[in-house]
Design a protein around this ligand. Structure first.
Ligand SMILES: O=P(O)(O)OC[C@H]1O[C@H](O)[C@H](O)[C@@H](O)[C@@H]1O
Length: 449
């Protein structure tokens, strides 16, 4: 079986004519050139394009060493970050690891349980996590490119304090790993002062494009996943994205098709998976496309469903509600597990007709049936075929989506690499929190509350 990721838009027939794809070629190749020649808006944030082949090898080795240390001295790794500083790692770890922490697959070495915190400001969540840590050895990976984001900074205060109480400051500092800017920001200053081992988020890589830097790689390595394979998969997808002709280039075709659909009024893209372990891949994708394209009153709204689960809740709307969406299915071609259904003596539940079939056959039948039902219901369908649930395939998937996102953003006419809109809530929050310098805004807001 081929190891290459496949983009299949054959189920858009009836919505898009092949001629329309041909007509987009010039614009897509133009957008690709703007991206790769670095002549467009946001061109100081394109470090991710060459990351899979041009990364800091010394740091990569340090990441592996740090991961080994954490595996050796910690039952738990806390990953503190938000947005692009946690979604990629979480997507990868859930995609690649066992679904549960309380069992150990045969022959596998126990790796630390990994919990994400700092991605919300929930007292209950923090307290519950403190309960989990009771009596356990743990380390912290605090991740913030800016080093000043409120949510992770709050969580870091709480868990750093817990770490120091448990181990004393000196040992605690050896259990803290800071991934941040190479020179600036509050976190960098703290890391320097306290002597935390530090990893760098390169200046020219924005948060949502940073999964293949230390941001993603350290937690992913701690989970036991193969980060060499991840980078190799990404390098393969990079080669295809840069070199393959338009007609055979998954990233370029995906960018073309979604922009054609948008221009036909399809303003929502629903990414659909059929594996619970892909839930956070969809979340990562939502940030990538939402922050990159949703600006200047433009963009496709990125949504996601977990199927078949959500067919029993959102399925009605997708099939029959306002016709504003298209669907992009993430299909894992080969399931890593095989469960065969057994025949029962008395067929009370009427399921004996499936005896001898695998659960994955049922899943794929549900998927194929749903795709046809949704296209019958006027929801154009795109498909991203992921060869298998391994690090190489995931590396390809990450890169494919990133490259397509850059091209798609330029096709749309926006700067795909900034996120000015995110600041608005922060300003209000700082004012309400009483942060120095926000006094005037505070007065104005309090009147409105
Ligand atoms: O890594 P940080 O600087 O803490 O940023 C974390 C996240 O929050 C910001 O507000 C941005 O909207 C995201 O793009 C970013 O990934």
């Amino acid at each position: 079986m081929s190891r290459e990721l496949v983009f299949d838009y054959s189920k858009t027939a009836g919505f898009i004519r092949e001629e329309e794809i041909v007509n987009m070629k010039k614009a897509v190749l133009g957008a690709k050139e703007v991206l790769t020649e670095k002549t467009g808006a946001g061109n100081d944030f394109l470090g991710w394009i060459d990351l899979p082949v041009d990364y800091d090898k010394d740091e990569f080795d340090r990441i592996k060493k740090a991961a080994e240390k954490i595996k050796g001295d910690s039952d738990v790794l806390l990953v503190i970050g938000i947005g692009g500083s946690y979604l990629g790692a979480r997507a990868a770890i859930e995609f690649l690891s066992h679904s549960f922490y309380n069992v150990l697959p045969k022959g596998e070495r126990k790796t630390p349980e990994i919990y994400f915190v700092g991605n919300s400001i929930s007292s209950k969540y923090i307290k519950d996590l403190q309960d989990v840590l009771e009596g356990k050895d743990f380390s912290i990976n605090i991740i913030s490119k800016s080093g000043t984001t409120t949510e992770p900074a709050i969580a870091f205060r709480v868990f750093k304090d817990m770490l120091i109480k448990k181990y004393g400051r000196e040992e605690a500092n050896k259990r803290i790993y800071a991934t941040t800017d190479k020179a600036k920001g509050a976190l960098k200053n703290l890391a320097t002062e306290e002597g935390y081992e530090s990893f760098v988020v390169p200046d020219d890589v924005g948060g949502r494009f940073s999964v293949l830097t230390a941001v993603g790689l350290l937690p992913i390595a701690v989970s036991g996943a193969d980060i060499d394979q991840l980078m190799e998969g990404a390098a393969a997808a990079r080669k295809t994205a840069l070199e393959a002709e338009y007609e055979k280039n998954p990233a370029l075709l995906y960018a073309a098709v979604r922009n054609i659909l948008l221009r036909k009024g399809k303003q929502v893209e629903i990414v659909a998976n059929y594996e619970p372990s892909l839930h956070y891949v969809s979340e990562w994708w939502k940030q990538l496309y939402g922050e990159s394209e949703g600006k200047d009153q433009r963009g496709i709204f990125p949504a996601a469903v977990d199927l078949t689960t959500d067919l029993h809740s959102m399925g009605q709307f997708i099939q029959d509600g306002a016709r504003i969406m298209f669907e992009t299915v993430l299909s894992v071609e080969e399931s890593p597990a095989e469960i065969v259904l057994q025949k029962e003596d008395v067929d009370t539940d009427g399921m004996n007709y499936l005896a001898g079939q695998t659960v994955d056959f049922v899943n794929k039948s549900a998927m194929n049936g749903t795709i046809l039902a949704h296209t019958d219901g006027n929801v154009p369908n795109l498909m991203v075929k992921i060869p298998s649930q391994d690090a190489y395939s995931l590396g390809q998937l990450f890169y494919f989506f990133e490259f397509a996102c850059g091209v798609s953003g330029y096709l749309l006419g926006v700067n795909p690499f900034n996120q000015p809109g995110v600041e608005s809530y922060k300003k209000n929050m700082f004012a309400l929190l009483g942060k120095p310098g926000y006094e005037e805004a505070r007065e104005a807001l309090l009147k409105r509350l």
